[in-house]
Design a protein around this ligand. Structure first.
Ligand SMILES: C[S@@+](CC[C@H](N)C(=O)[O-])C[C@H]1O[C@@H](n2cnc3c(N)ncnc32)[C@H](O)[C@@H]1O
Length: 267
């Protein structure tokens, strides 16, 4: 080798990344098929189902659910227009293949959809103030390969102090899987200054199957790394204690759905 990192050749995906999902079916044959159950629901029922989904996440991992709070807190006091908007948007997402995207790890790890969404939602000047310009997939994929080719071992901690929505972790996990290693065998710590970015990291960690040893935090990684560590520890302890006292995060009439990764034993 000439010292240059070798670009790993990933096999081409059938149909390529641009393949359009036309149905609501998840692509895993054994996966639950929620699409036909979700689409006929009325607006209130869809909101109730979404609450039930967060309840399932809460029972699976209270600490990550706490980190994701900016994404679901509004469900405890939504306005009528929030509910209408949510329901319309949810139906569009389900019809255009959100469930397929989430249930197919190869597709989910091909790009950071939440990161792309955040980039669209924020103005250029907003993003400029914290340097919030996420690295495109074509560059992070190359960096993921470099990271993994330099002798990582299961159990190592992979720390991203300015993670954005976590797209570097996405690429690293994709490279690991490509090389036959389970990303869940590693420890991950994703931090960002922005609470919404950190919340997206918590959800992305599920979508990208990073496993049970994931920490997501929101703080200034450059000024106070030690304080950040203490805050993370405290939040995890608080969230676990709260979850024991309050097994349901949001009251619902819908039964919590099967949580796809619930059967994975802690590594
Ligand atoms: C250029 S983006 C990179 C994000 C990600 N690492 C990537 O490659 O896509 C920089 C990120 O750092 C975050 N950030 C800026 N200052 C920070 C600080 N002091 N502590 C933690 N995160 C910070 C911003 O919110 C932003 O999401």
């Amino acid at each position: 080798m000439d010292g240059q990192p070798r670009r790993l050749q990933r096999p081409r995906r059938r149909g390529g990344h641009a393949r359009r999902a036309r149905s609501v079916r998840p692509s895993r044959a054994e996966g639950p098929d929620y699409g036909p159950l979700l689409l006929p629901l009325d607006d209130e029922q869809l909101a109730d189902t979404l609450r039930a989904g967060w309840n399932a996440f809460w029972s699976y991992d209270p600490d990550l659910t706490e980190a994701a709070r900016p994404l679901h807190d509004w469900l405890s006091h939504p306005t009528d227009s929030d509910i209408r908007g949510l329901a319309d948007y949810a139906r569009v997402l389900v019809r255009t293949g959100l469930l397929e995207y989430c249930s197919d790890v190869t597709r989910a790890e091909s790009d950071d959809v939440l990161g792309l969404l955040i980039t669209r939602m924020r103005s250029y000047s907003e993003r400029q103030s914290t340097g919030e310009f996420f690295t495109p997939a074509v560059a992070t994929n190359f960096m993921g390969d470099m990271l993994f080719s330099s002798g990582r071992r299961p159990g190592d901690l992979l720390l991203e102090p300015t993670a954005g929505t976590g797209t570097m972790a996405r690429s690293a996990a994709a490279t690991m899987r490509f090389c036959g290693t389970d990303p869940a065998a590693y420890r991950w710590w994703l931090n960002d200054l922005d609470p919404l970015n950190a919340a997206c990291c918590a959800v992305n960690a599920q979508i990208w199957r990073l496993g049970r040893q994931v920490t997501v935090s929101c703080g200034d990684a450059l000024k106070h790394p030690r304080l950040l560590e203490e805050a993370v520890q405290e939040r995890a302890e608080r969230a676990c204690a709260e979850q024991k006292a309050r097994p349901v995060l949001y009251p619902t009439t819908t039964r919590p759905p099967f949580w796809p990764w619930q059967s994975v034993p802690p590594s």
